[in-house]
Design a protein around this ligand. Structure first.
Ligand SMILES: [Zn+2]
Length: 428
């Protein structure tokens, strides 16, 4: 987030409410779709998209969407803005970047309902009926946020990303699942509407709690994790990296995202998240200047120093002078903007991170000697640099995935294009 910029509204896809209900908490009541939506329409003529169900009081149709609202709930201006943003996002994501379109949208408009009674900013779920057992994504947008045009456009793109995700994977499969949906929908809003840049404000939710477990959903942390996707695409895969992860996730539907990311990107999860945290802390991502700096930055002066981090969460530190920093013990990895390993060179004032390999991972840092090999024996740090130089001794950059075969497999998957759809589900 740019200094001084205010967060006027934050994304809230009601994830916490949904997951709490899934885990036995208070029941989550889905906003009732208009009755017309349940009534299946006959298939449209070939080559044209039609309306699934009936009409609400008002609507704005476009090539791929119908934006509808009840009298008094929204304005035509809000509907037009949402419609334009959704079509622009569709063009970018579906037509230009290769995302498979939402379930059922080959034949029908995607339903978008403007609902000021929504307790959050937006929600996308999948309706399934006997007439349309493949399911039908419904996007709800809260028009109370429509006057903030940048936010409104970004929200529309964010929710479209969820509709695209539903074509790939189940949502309600436990607390470890939703974080990457939100991290991806925020990055997807940037991929869809790169001039809007509202996504960057969500970085504060990561910056406020870099040490949290990667899958945390405390304090909207899941939205703040989008820069992981920035890191993947900007330093590892180029464009299409996030899509490739989603495509790979279909075959790994029972796997947690840390395992999916490892498989899709050919790099172990600890190394991946360490590299991401180092790039974030050193502000080496393409739009880092718009991201919020980490709220907590410990200083490191070379004396023995201990801390504790969670699984794939990171402490951020700043070196008081140029020095080698070494991980004396701990299930963790060090990283800065250049390197990942058990030993790093950090310039005076430079930032580096310690990323945990387990929840509550205790670690101890020491200043390394100039002549050390950098091999602490604690981790596979791909050493071999032999120390001595200021860069590259005993650490390994993330520029190229270490397991090339994984990446080749991913490229092959990309070439497969559209994959199978999931069986019907009612809510996600
Ligand atoms: Zn969302």
């Amino acid at each position: 987030m740019a200094p001084g910029a205010a967060i006027v509204a934050s994304m809230d896809c009601l994830t916490d409410d949904l997951i709490a209900a899934y885990n036995g908490g208070p029941a989550f009541t889905l906003p009732e779709p208009p009755p017309a939506l349940y009534a299946a329409a006959p298939p449209p003529p070939p080559g044209a998209k039609g309306l699934y169900g009936g009409r609400m009081d008002n609507h704005v149709d476009s090539a791929n969407f119908t934006v509808a609202w009840a009298n008094g709930d929204a304005t035509t201006s809000a509907a037009n803005d949402a419609s334009e943003a959704l079509e622009a996002a569709w063009t970018a994501l579906v037509e230009e970047q290769g995302w498979a379109p939402p379930v059922s949208s080959d034949d029908y408009f995607v339903w978008v309902i403007l609902d000021p009674g929504l307790s959050g900013t937006g929600l996308t779920y999948e309706l399934s009926t006997d007439e349309y057992p493949d399911g039908y994504p419904v996007i709800l947008l809260n028009p109370n946020y429509a006057t903030n045009t940048r936010f409104w456009r970004s929200l529309a793109a964010h929710e479209l990303n969820h509709a695209l995700q539903y074509a790939r994977r189940e949502y309600l499969s436990g607390r470890e699942e939703p974080w990457y949906w939100e991290a991806s929908a925020e990055w997807g809003a940037e991929l869809a509407l790169p001039d809007v840049n509202m996504y960057a404000t969500s970085s504060v939710y990561y910056a406020d709690a870099t040490e949290a477990r990667y899958s945390s959903m405390e304090g909207y942390h899941q939205y703040g994790m989008f820069p992981l996707n920035a890191f993947v695409e900007e330093t590892m895969t180029g464009a299409g990296g996030m899509l490739a992860v989603w495509e790979r996730s279909e075959a790994l539907s029972d796997e947690r995202w840390d395992a999916v990311l490892e498989d899709a990107l050919g790099v172990d999860a600890l190394r991946l998240f360490a590299g991401f945290s180092g790039a974030y802390a050193e502000e080496t991502l393409r739009e880092s200047s718009m991201y919020e700096p980490p709220a907590t930055i410990f200083s490191f002066d070379g004396g023995e120093q201990s801390g504790e981090v969670n699984y794939l969460g990171s402490d951020v530190l700043q070196a008081s002078r140029g020095m080698w920093v070494e991980l004396a013990e701990g299930d963790a990895l060090l990283a800065n903007g250049d390197e990942v390993g058990a030993r790093l060179w950090v310039d005076a004032g430079g930032h580096f991170t310690v990323t945990g390999g387990a929840d509550g991972a205790a670690y101890t840092l020491i200043e390394g000697d100039e002549g050390d090999t950098g091999d602490t024996g604690l981790v596979d740090d791909d050493g071999g640099g032999g120390g001595g130089g200021k860069k590259g001794g005993g650490t390994c950059g993330l520029g190229a995935p270490r397991q090339g075969a994984g990446w080749l497999g991913l490229v092959a998957l990309l070439a497969l294009g559209r994959l199978r759809r999931f069986p019907p589900r009612r809510l996600g």
